[in-house]
Design a protein around this ligand. Structure first.
Ligand SMILES: *Cc1c(COP(=O)(O)O)cnc(C)c1O
Length: 645
């Protein structure tokens, strides 16, 4: 780690902060026990103090110990995420505040389904949502009616699904309201106008409806709530809803080619079907917004409604950032001319990059200030994309990725909490105005808004405590994020030396400029011109970098990952450039041939904060490239030996 102020933040690759973590674990376990004892101290111990002398007690303890030892031994084969020798997937060491908070909260076992089961951690979850909202540029003032709302999920997949569910609820609400036809409300002219109403207008319509209801007698209110409910898509299901509205067709979702496969899962689950997920072409690994605009125009002409356009902030495979600002401009321009759709940003990976952009006061840092800190980050487009986040309709962020928190912590944040009543399970209560104006009171019955029922309150505590110890701005949490960008920049520079060392023997190419902390690399042995042969070479090289469940972890010097580069994502021009740089024959890239329709490339996630060890003057990045140089030579030698034999 190059920034000594981060020394206390992690357990450390060597377990350097073991004493600190042990102290915290013991201190708060004791504290928990005192809490039990002080609940009703007049209650005597139920388990006798002599219990430990019983034979069955001792036998139980022995069995438990044996199983725990077996588990502990087996876990030694775990992937060493903590180590700076691990450059594979999106995992690293865990930040200490979250780990300690999770351990502390676990024996209390709070259930964040509602405040009945989690009087403390439910508020921490709502607050963690507000912390993330502020980081992303949404309104985070709970006294403001248009404040954002965020909650945690098991991960990005469920958060993305929540985005689909909310977008569909918002889109179909005006259609249901027109059908119920309450007198005195200003409603869209027809089904098409209702179904293509811009998101913000849909939210306002929810507010008008609630206000209108509040002026009725309780029994009239009850009747109207029922009447609306019977028209809603959530009540009717897709089949009956669209049968009732024959001028409408099920809406499509637009996402870039490089989008995560959770979007495909989501469309299947929603019942819209994968055929309704349309791929937006890319240019240089980022969504091509001209192509997006063409696609939207075509869909408009065909009278096919759009539910959501998904922008990806930090693609899972490449770390690239879609131009959110231009995607929002496209949304706004179509909204102004009567074709509304939502924009969701899938920032499961890249959401925490926003910590670098935020000042402690909550304002945006200037582009020029940021460029002084890094050599190429952020690109102008990345800066504009992250600066524009506050204009999107909803965002997914994974605290269990770049938030350095334990698994089971994704997050969904929507820009305007007034949309959330549409997701509520027991609609009666909410629509009848029984919610009150208190933001926290409204969301404490969390289970009614979310996909899960029972869920971990300890995970919420961990996220909240992490964000409180390390506020989500560039002076605090951003120091960790900065470390990852510095590592990625050092890694990219080191590739230049690596390429120079190997010149004449291997062609080395960074296929596209990295936007964040993922760096990809293609290597082709000199003399080879065939795509399939290079792919086979890189696949064999990956054998020396992947996690092998049958081997001791110590047998591996470094861990990496692979991905593939497809012409659909890179675009024709950039693909030609990459093929030329690798001296590959373009005629060997064959669209319909398995294994030859794309390039296999190495993928490196540079989120480990210890890649540059300034204490010992070591660079694990240097070590990695020395290792890689040895491996590629030996893979080529093995192959020549194999061919000779
Ligand atoms: C990781 C990721 C997801 C899925 O998140 P999980 O937490 O694994 O469910 C979705 N989208 C993107 C861009 C991701 O990187």
């Amino acid at each position: 780690m190059s920034n000594p102020s981060l020394y206390p933040c992690f357990l450390g690759p060597y377990g350097e902060n073991d004493v600190l973590l042990e102290k915290l674990a013991v201190e708060f376990l004791r504290d928990h026990v005192y809490w039990r004892r002080n609940f009703h101290p007049e209650d005597p111990p139920v388990i006798p103090t002599t219990a430990t002398q019983r034979a069955d007690y001792q036998a139980f303890e022995a069995r438990m110990r044996r199983e725990l030892h077996r588990l502990s031994a087996a876990l030694k084969r775990s992937v060493p995420f903590h180590s700076p020798r691990y450059l594979g997937h999106m995992a690293s060491d865990l930040a200490l505040p979250g780990l300690a908070a999770q351990m502390l909260a676990l024996p209390y076992n709070p259930n964040n389904v509602s405040d009945d089961a989690a009087p403390v951690t439910i508020d921490l979850e709502i607050k963690a949502g507000l912390q993330l909202a502020r980081m992303l540029g949404f309104n985070d003032d709970p006294h403001h009616p248009g404040c954002a709302f965020g909650h945690l999920t098991s991960g990005g997949t469920v958060a993305n699904y929540q985005a689909l569910r909310l977008a569909l609820a918002l889109k179909a609400f005006p259609v249901a309201l027109c059908a119920a036809a309450p007198p005195g409300l200003t409603l869209p002219d027809d089904d098409w106008a209702a179904f293509t109403l811009p998101t913000q207008d849909c939210i306002e319509l929810v507010g008008q409806w609630q206000h209108w209801l509040s002026g009725l007698t309780p029994s009239a209110r009850h009747d109207w709530v029922r009447r609306l409910q019977s028209e809603r898509i959530e009540e009717l299901g897709l089949v009956a809803f669209f049968a009732r509205h024959p001028t409408l067709t099920p809406p499509v979702v637009l996402a870039p080619v490089t989008a995560h496969y959770s979007w495909s899962k989501g469309l299947k689950l929603l019942g819209l079907g994968r055929a309704q997920l349309l791929a937006v072409p890319e240019r240089g690994m980022r969504m091509d917004t001209d192509a997006l605009d063409d696609l939207v125009n075509r869909l408009r002409a065909e009278r096919r409604p759009v539910l959501l356009t998904v922008a990806v902030l930090g693609t899972t495979e490449f770390g690239t950032i879609d131009p959110v600002h231009r995607i929002l401009a496209c949304r706004d321009q179509h909204a102004a001319t009567g074709f509304g759709f939502g924009v969701h940003v899938d920032a499961a990976w890249g959401g925490y990059l926003a910590t670098l952009f935020r000042t402690p006061e909550g304002t945006l840092r200037a582009f020029s200030d940021m460029r002084q800190e890094f050599s190429a980050f952020p690109s102008r487009d990345s800066y504009d994309a992250i600066a524009a986040l506050g204009g999107s309709d909803s965002i997914t962020v994974d605290p269990h990725k770049l938030g350095y928190l334990p698994y089971g912590a994704g997050a969904f944040i929507c820009r305007d909490q007034r949309a959330m009543p549409l997701l509520v399970e027991d609609a009666d209560y909410v629509f009848a105005g029984g919610t009150g104006n208190d933001y926290f009171a409204r969301f404490r019955k969390l289970g009614r808004y979310i996909l899960e029922g029972s869920k971990s309150g300890a995970a919420a505590a961990a996220v909240y405590v992490t964000h409180s110890v390390l506020p989500l701005d560039y002076t605090q949490f951003g120091r960790i994020t900065a470390e990852t960008i510095h590592s990625a920049e050092a890694f990219a520079q080191r590739i230049e030396r690596f390429a120079a060392q190997l010149a004449g023997r291997f062609h080395v190419c960074v296929p596209f400029a990295p936007d964040s902390n993922l760096v990809c690399l293609a290597i082709n042995p000199a003399g080879n011109r065939d795509v399939r042969t290079m792919n086979a070479f890189l696949t064999r090289l990956y054998e020396t970098l992947r996690c092998d469940p049958d081997k001791a972890v110590q047998a591996r010097e470094f861990y990496g990952s692979v991905t593939t580069l497809r012409p659909e994502a890179l675009g024709a021009t950039d693909m030609q450039r990459v093929l030329a740089a690798l001296d590959l024959d373009p005629a060997t890239l064959l669209p319909d041939h398995d294994g030859a329709d794309r390039l296999v490339i190495l993928r490196h996630t540079l989120m480990n904060p210890f890649l540059q060890d300034s204490e010992n003057g070591l660079s694990y990045i240097d070590h990695y490239f020395d290792y890689l140089a040895r491996q590629i030579v030996s893979v080529v030698d093995q192959r020549s030996a194999g061919m000779a034999a």
